[in-house]
Each structure stands twice: as structure tokens, then as C-alpha cells.
Design a binder for this molecule. Structure first.
Ligand SMILES: Nc1ncnc2c1ncn2[C@@H]1O[C@H](COP(=O)(O)OP(=O)(O)OP(=O)(O)O)[C@@H](O)[C@H]1O
Length: 725
């Protein structure tokens, strides 16, 4: 029986169809599965048309309605029809005639190209000749500088990476990366990805490892050039196979959830790898699908749980947990979800501690800081409360030190820049002990204490609550939180799956996985394709991180800025430096108005401010300009807050989220960095640097939430973190 497959290109188009057109499309595609090819092609109602002048004899169009046309690929051999595109009638014939589909025999995938555009650029030519042997260097005159973008990659190397002759020839005509990016939509997508990596300077063997091999792993070997059936089956990152009993309408209407179906080969290889022999780390820049991979990993683990097993999926804040819980419901049926807990590490610690100590409560961290001020005053200590609090947070609690000898160990304060004598340490230890004893007496524990207690309880048990733990947004967890997580699962295969990006670290925690007994060496994997943000926005935002070399926890190799690529194109960010705050707010309102009138829904627009006060000012200003705006507190409301208003929140509040349009306001020198949030260099030089880096990351995180449009504004002197002009 013929089978139906649907190209990802159709999904956003499907959203534009009205109900009767959708029903008609479903009825037509049902026929694709019911009728043999000759009967289908001859069917009078469907008006399937070949394109005599088209580039690809297998491409046909069919009528869906007066205004919509479908484009399909109907290979002569094999049984799979591919629904390639849904287009307004007036554009369909031309588009369909320009496209050609081929099997990429190296990667085993089905690819589409704009053959007419490529032909115009490179001419129709015979395949490239076999490579000549390299001439002896001594006999060659010094070559003229080759301006071609890929001058240091030979034809044969390109072919081995799955770049076919036509694209090899085409690639030789390119001189800049921008030109390559412009041609993205015309080039076969897998080959485009290979070229993008090479253009960034990625070595050939790394491109082979990261782009070609994951695709080969799916195809399992070479695929013949006419084996369209197999190639379609191998192209699961772009093509969805419809099962015989699937309801086509239902399948198509899942469009917005493309992440559930079309995993990039690297994403799929990580999420569905049967076993990692210990903790595994997935890292990568913003929007590369780390959360998506984490969610699919949960699916894999839940599907393979032993009897009585449980999976924990955790993320950094309540809002993020809420967001992944909702997404997980789209991926897993209820029965599987029953074996998965989706909670923060703090909630886990509280639950564990309450099992032993039911009346324990949670104390705000700011309270704990205040308590240290009392102790310092009472003991007449010569240090500030902040200094002692930092010793507590970044030394004692970070390293899980439980005895005075542990604190006196010469290694305990490694990385702290203010030296302390043994006597001084004893004094500080006493003060910290007094504060901690007092907290325990009141039974109101700040989160770090809660985690210390939870770790102790879990370590004392023979059984562990979880079979597998999946951690998203890992970069901001404090070591004490990691210890709870480590203790909640027995060490072994598939114990921990961790997703994070150290360049998005926006709180004051730094972690050494090795010290925590979380060994990810040899199991750290990068993701490099950004699915969220356009190239223009991403390239600009990467400049915020210029000069910053942040090692991934446990990965050893720092990720250089620019190692994430987007396949999406759009407009560059709009930057505006206003003379004063009022002018900045007025311009912001105009920007929001223009997005709204351009058809972006209010709920798809987010405005960030650096502080809560800034949020209040923005909300008032937008409302004063007659625009719908409301404060959006992801900690309290969930992210699907249905109010149809522009969301306004702090820069911290947008962590992990995304919006079609983002305005980052108040990027003024006095607000970024906001010095009241930065440890004074007199207290600790290293912490000072680390806090500044976190504030730089904050701007980077806020800007990389934008999918299509980014606007950044300031008044007076701009933040030094902004990219230079
Ligand atoms: N394979 C895919 N196909 C389609 N969309 C995808 C795919 N992978 C990710 N996306 C989409 O890209 C966007 C970013 O994904 P995700 O949030 O998982 O990235 P992330 O790496 O966790 O981002 P960040 O670190 O910036 O929070 C989401 O809209 C997601 O649905």
C-alpha cells in the first residue's frame, strides 16, 4: 500500500489554512494512501499535474482549493508519496518547477534544492573530474590568493562530507559567509549545514563527526541514488512518516510542535542513545534544542524503565519546571508520565527532608544573609556580613564542608582571593556554626541548608528515589543542589543526563562536576544548530560574549563564541540610544506598536528591564501609550499566561523562554553591570569577576530569547557589554 510522508515545510503553511481547506487536504491525502499511483494520477477530482518544464519529473502539483495548491513528490519507484509543500495557488507552479529532489548517497537522506537558481549561478555542467594528484610543492609557483570561501577544503574532502558535484561547483563561487547564508534556502539542507560549519573554520574531521556521521548512523549505510523510499525514511529530521492508522488531520495540526517530531540527527542520537555508561552532558549555545533533547531523553528513559523505577526531570526555576512539564505532556502519554516527577531540585530537597522532619519550613535566602549580619555584629567580627556570608555560601556550602578541619584544609578556600590565617578561619567557622545552629533550631532552613540535610538523608539510605535524573538549565545550580541530585540516583549507566550552557550562567554559582562525583568526561556532547533565533540576531548577540572563554562543566574544551549556527534568516537587531529615560520609553512604545501593527500578537512580544522598578516603569509607559502590557512574573504565573498583553519582565525572568519579538530595554552603563549585584573586589577579586561575567551573560540570555525581532535600547551611556559598533 502506498505510504504518505510529510515534509516539515508544510507545517507552518498548514496553520494558514481554514477549516474546510484542511478537511479537503485530509481527504486528498487519504486517497494517496488508498489508490495505486496510476489511478491516483488519473483521478479527475485531484487534478494532479506533472510539470513538463519542471526540474524534477517526480514533482507534481494538486489542487486543494481555489486558492491553495499542494506540491508532492511521487517517485516512480517505491511506494512513498512525500507531501512537499502547501502554497497559495499563484506561487505554487513556479516554486514546484524550480525544485529538485535527490538522494544524498553519502548521508543517506532525501534533499531538496532550488535547481533553477543553482543552475543560473553555476551553469549546467558535467560532474567534476576526479581530483588530480597534488603537484610537488617545489615545482609550483606561489599561488595567487584564492578568495573563495572554501579555498582550504579540497573537492574530494567536500565529496566525502556528502557535498555533491553541483554544490561543490557552487561552493567555489562563494567568497563570503553572508553570501552562503543568503543561499541557504536554495541549497540542500544537510549540505548547507556542512558548508556552514566549514565556513566557520570547523575542521573537516569534526564536520564529519558532528554532521555527517549522525546522519549515517540513522541510514545505516550507503543509499542508492534511486532509493527514494529509504532516503525518505532516513530523513526523520525533516520528514514525518504517517502511520497507516494515523489520522492525517491530527498529524498535520501538530505543526507548532515540530520539535516533537523532527529531531536533528545529533539531537536524536543523544536523546535516544540506549545507554550512557554514566552521567552525560549535552551543551550548546542558546536555542540549540538542549531542552528538546532533555525532553526526548525523558521519553526514552520512561519507555525503558524497570518495574518500580522513576525518572526525575528537573530545571532551575518553578517557571521552567512548569514549562517543561507542559511540553512533556505533549510528548508522553499519561501512563508514562505517571513514572516521571517534574520538580525543582529545591522541591526534591524539601520533600526528602520533610519525610524525616515534617515541620521544616523554607527560609528566604535574603533572610539568611540578614542572619549573618546579626552574628557578625554580636561577635564583633572584623569582617563584613557579606564576607562571612560569602564564606558560608561559596566555600562551606559549595564544598559541603561539615567540620572545622575541613574548613582549615589548605585546599578548602582555593579560588578565594582574600587570604585568611588559621585563627581567622576558626573565628569565621564559629560564626557560621552559630548561624547554622540557629537556623536549625528555628526549623526554617534556607535552600542551601535544606540541600545539605537532604543529601545527608539520601546518603544514609540504601535505596534511591530515582532510576534516572534529567537536568535542564544546569549551569545555574549551586553545588549543594547538585549534591542532592547526585545522592538521589545510584551511580551507574544512564544515571544523570545534564543539559546546559555555561555562557548562559546568570547567578553566582560555579560548579566543578569532578568535585561533585559527576564524571562526564568522554560523555560530553555539543549541539550547534540554533533553531530559535535568526542568523542576524545570533551573530550580533554572540558579540556580547566576545573575549569570554567559559569552559563547559566537565567538558574540558571551552566553546568559542560563534560555534552555534542558525539556519534562519531575518532582520538585524534594532539598537537605540536615547538621550534620557523618557525618550527611551517613548521609542520603546513605538517599537512595540510597530510590531503589533505588523501582525505579531501581544503575547508573542516580551519587553525586559534590568530591575523590577524598570519593569513597573515599562508597563506604565506602554499603557500610557495605549498599548496592552502587563507584568509577567514567570515565578508566579506560568509561561502560557493567557492574558493577551505584551509581557514585561526582568532580564532574569526570561531565562529559558522565547518570544517572536523581544525588546531589551535599559541597557545603560549604570544598569549593566548593576554594581549592587556584584561582589566588591575588596571582598573577593575572583567572585567579583565571576559576578560581572554573570551580568554579561544576563544580557546575552535576554537577547537570545528573540525568534524574529530584537530591539535593544538604553539612555545616556550604553552598557560596556554591548557589542562595539
Ligand atoms: N529539531 C528541532 N526541530 C524543530 N524545532 C526545534 C528543534 N530543536 C529545537 N527546536 C526549537 O528551537 C527552540 C529552542 O529549543 P530549546 O528551548 O530546546 O533550546 P535550548 O538549547 O534549551 O535553549 P536555551 O539554552 O536558549 O534556553 C524551541 O522553539 C524548540 O522547539
Amino acid at each position: 500500500m502506498p505510504r504518505l510522508a510529510i515534509d516539515a515545510t508544510c507545517l507552518p503553511q498548514y496553520d494558514k489554512l481554514d477549516r474546510p481547506t484542511r478537511e479537503r487536504l485530509a481527504a486528498i491525502t487519504r486517497k494517496f494512501r488508498e489508490l495505486p499511483l496510476p489511478a491516483l494520477l488519473a483521478h479527475p477530482d485531484l487534478r494532479i499535474r506533472a510539470l513538463p518544464e519542471g526540474q524534477d519529473p517526480r514533482v507534481r502539483t494538486f489542487r486543494i482549493s481555489d486558492s491553495w495548491t499542494g506540491v508532492m513528490l511521487a517517485p516512480e519507484s517505491g511506494e512513498t508519496f512525500l507531501l512537499v509543500h502547501l502554497l497559495p495557488r499563484e506561487n505554487a507552479e513556479k516554486w514546484a518547477a524550480d525544485q529538485r529532489h535527490d538522494v544524498n548517497t553519502v548521508m543517506g537522506t532525501l534533499e531538496r534544492r532550488d535547481a533553477s537558481a543553482l543552475e543560473e549561478r553555476t551553469g549546467r555542467a558535467d560532474p567534476l573530474p576526479a581530483p588530480e594528484p597534488e603537484p610537488e610543492p617545489a615545482s609550483v609557483p606561489a599561488p595567487a590568493a584564492d578568495p573563495s570561501l572554501f579555498s582550504d577544503v579540497g573537492d574530494e574532502a567536500l565529496r566525502q562530507l556528502g557535498v555533491d558535484d553541483e554544490i561543490v561547483r557552487f561552493s567555489r563561487t562563494l567568497t563570503t559567509r553572508a553570501e552562503l547564508a543568503d543561499w541557504g534556502p536554495a541549497i540542500p539542507q544537510d549540505q548547507f549545514e556542512v558548508l556552514l560549519h566549514l565556513a566557520e573554520g570547523t575542521p573537516v574531521d569534526q564536520v564529519m563527526r558532528e554532521v555527517v556521521q549522525p546522519r549515517r548512523a540513522v541510514s545505516g549505510g550507503p543509499v542508492a541514488p534511486d532509493d527514494y523510499d529509504t532516503a525518505i525514511r532516513n530523513t526523520r529530521h525533516r520528514v514525518m512518516l504517517v502511520d497507516d492508522d494515523d489520522d492525517i488531520e491530527e498529524v498535520l495540526s501538530r505543526g507548532f510542535d515540530a520539535w516533537r517530531v523532527f529531531l536533528h540527527p545529533t539531537q536524536r542520537a543523544l536523546a535516544y542513545r540506549p545507554v550512557f555508561n554514566g552521567p552525560a552532558l549535552v551543551y550548546g549555545g542558546p536555542g540549540t534544542g538542549k531542552t528538546v533533547v532533555a525532553l526526548h531523553r525523558v521519553k526514552h528513559l520512561a519507555e525503558n524503565l524497570p518495574l518500580g523505577g522513576r525518572v526525575l526531570l528537573t530545571s532551575f526555576t518553578n517557571a521552567l519546571v512548569e514549562s517543561v512539564r507542559r511540553d512533556l505532556a505533549l510528548l508522553l502519554d499519561e501512563e508514562l508520565r505517571a513514572d516521571v516527577d517534574v520538580i525543582t531540585a529545591d522541591k526534591l530537597a524539601l520533600t526528602v527532608v520533610r519525610e524525616e522532619w515534617p515541620d521544616v519550613g523554607l527560609r528566604r535566602d535574603s533572610d539568611a544573609r540578614g542572619m549573618f549580619a546579626n552574628v557578625v555584629r554580636k561577635h564583633g567580627l572584623p569582617w563584613s556580613a557579606d564576607f562571612v556570608f560569602h564564606e558560608y555560601r561559596h566555600v562551606v556550602m559549595a564544598q559541603g564542608i561539615t567540620t572545622v578541619d575541613g574548613y582549615l584544609d589548605p585546599d578548602a578556600r582555593r579560588g578565594r582571593s582574600t587570604p585568611l590565617t588559621v585563627e581567622q578561619r576558626r573565628e569565621i567557622w564559629n560564626a557560621i556554626s552559630v548561624a547554622r545552629a540557629w537556623m536549625r533550631r528555628t526549623k526554617q532552613l534556607p535552600t542551601l541548608e535544606l540541600h545539605a540535610a537532604a543529601t545527608r538523608i539520601l546518603d544514609g539510605r540504601s535505596d534511591r528515589p530515582y532510576t534516572n535524573i534529567v537536568v535542564d538549565e544546569a549551569q545555574d545550580l549551586h553545588p549543594a543542589q547538585w549534591r542532592t541530585l547526585r545522592a538521589a540516583v545510584a551511580p551507574g549507566p544512564n544515571d544523570m543526563f545534564i543539559a546546559g550552557d555555561n555562557r548562559q550562567r546568570i547567578y553566582d554559582n560555579t560548579v566543578s562536576f569532578r568535585q561533585l562525583g559527576i564524571n562526564v568526561v568522554g560523555r560530553s556532547h555539543p549541539l550547534r544548530v540554533n533553531y530559535r533565533t535568526t542568523t542576524e540576531i545570533l551573530t550580533w548577540a554572540e558579540q556580547i560574549m566576545r573575549g569570554q572563554r567559559t569552559a563547559e562543566p566537565g567538558a574540558g574544551t571551552p566553546e568559542p563564541p560563534g560555534s552555534t549556527r542558525s539556519l534562519l534568516r531575518g532582520n538585524p537587531p534594532v539598537l537605540y540610544g536615547a538621550p534620557d529615560a523618557a525618550a527611551e520609553l517613548a521609542a520603546l512604545a513605538e517599537q512595540v506598536r510597530s510590531w503589533l501593527s505588523g501582525g505579531i500578537a501581544p503575547g508573542d512580544i516580551c519587553v525586559t528591564a534590568r530591575t523590577r522598578r524598570g519593569v513597573t516603569e515599562v508597563v506604565s509607559a506602554l499603557r500610557a501609550h495605549g498599548l496592552p502590557a502587563s507584568r509577567f512574573n514567570p515565578q508566579q504565573h506560568t509561561v502560557d499566561d493567557s492574558a493577551d498583553t505584551v509581557r514585561v519582565t526582568t532580564m532574569h525572568g526570561v531565562k529559558g523562554l522565547e518570544f517572536r519579538a523581544v525588546a531589551v530595554s535599559g541597557v545603560t552603563a549604570t544598569a549593566l553591570p548593576l554594581m549592587e549585584g556584584v561582589t566588591s573586589p575588596d571582598l573577593d577579586e575572583n567572585q567579583h569577576r565571576s559576578d560581572l561575567a554573570a551580568q554579561r551573560s544576563l544580557l546575552y540570555v535576554a537577547c537570545t530569547r528573540a525568534r524574529e525581532a530584537l530591539y535593544v535600547s538604553w539612555h545616556g551611556e550604553p552598557s560596556p557589554f554591548l557589542p562595539p559598533d
